[in-house]
Ligand binder design. Sequence first.
Ligand code: GUN
Ligand code: FE
Length: 423
Amino acid sequence: MERTFAARGDIYYTESPSVARAVRDGWLVVVDGKVEGVWQRLPERYSHLDVKDFSGKLVIPGLSDLHVHASQYQFRGLWMDEELIQWLNTHTFPEEARYRDEAYAGKAYGIFVDDLLRSPTTRASIFATIHADSTMVLCRKLEEAGLPCFVGKVNMDRNSPDILCEETGQSIRDTLAYIDEVTSTCSLVRPVVTPRFIPSCTDGLCRALATIADERNLPVQSHLSENLGELEWVKELCPDSTSYADAYRALGLWGGRRTIMAHCVYSLGHEEEMLADDDIWIAHCPDSNTNLSSGLMCARYYLDRGCRIGLGSDVAGGTTLSLLRSITDAIKVSKMYWRHVDQSMKPLCFREAFHMASVIGGSFFGDVGTFLPGYEADIVVLDDSTLPTTIENLGVEERLERYAYLRPEAPVAHKAVAGRWLL
Ligand code: GUN
Ligand code: FE
């Protein structure tokens, strides 16, 4: 049967932020793309299955990137000396404007999808640009690669340069056409409604997008409380709102549908209650928050409250697609928060940050992100044999931690999505 096999290797997955299971030289059984279970010895009833032998290698669930701008991938690692608004105006918007040219989009998105395929990410929620046709180019490339992502055509109808500013009616029409095209031509890739952030979208556009999300039963993604200058700007634009999140609520863009809000650095003390809603996922993007001097996010608070807080690469605020890097960055940022801001918020440990990148992020996409029975078999195989050490008898979790710190950007050895091998 297709998408049915028994994979052998050093298996690791989490069941909760504090509970992980590691099985050295164990077996992961997948039937019809779904996990049956993980065993130390292969049960007799599965002895007829195809064997995928990854002995000596690390076998982990695929990771989910809750926030990444595919259209910014080409300038990752450049222009890191500015804060958000200046960085957007000087570098980001001019680059995104180039995607009106589908040939440019084809070249740039080709590089992005190739690299995403070789990264530990199996699912992602992606921002493209305002251009519906070139956003479709990205969708087709992801579909061909076998990566089941949410992709948003970005909406922006104010405070944007002429070359990257839509007329409101056109923005709505293009969004509807884009949604129709993705849903009728893609089976893995799905649309997500993507108002860039409040400063870029008029009230009328936000309300129209909320209606579209409801009528088409689609998720929403945007940015929230990332940068102090941004916060001041939103206060000026929405004087009647009690917080940035409250401004989204007033426009119909909060609650009642699955929504990712990226960053939430300055939400504590203003809007943290709203982030506890069942249908809100927080995309914590520690590399971006550091590069753009945005601030120190308190991931510990949201994790301990049981909020849905996953990780995002936020390329090109973040420099790399590797969520293994986001994991170690999240740990480092949590240590700075604990040391410099609040000593009651203890640092994240590796297991907790891995759980955020796999299980919590994965929950946005369905039953994804762990090897419990019934979950989609998203599998990543990592080869740590290229990292020799004299330290003996490392456990599986220790080897994974070491790999995340030392080789986050190395191409993965193998990758499957819902039991289908892509690499
Ligand atoms: N807020 C609005 N647009 C963006 C963007 O492209 N990147 C980041 N980091 N924040 C944003
Ligand atoms: Fe972003």
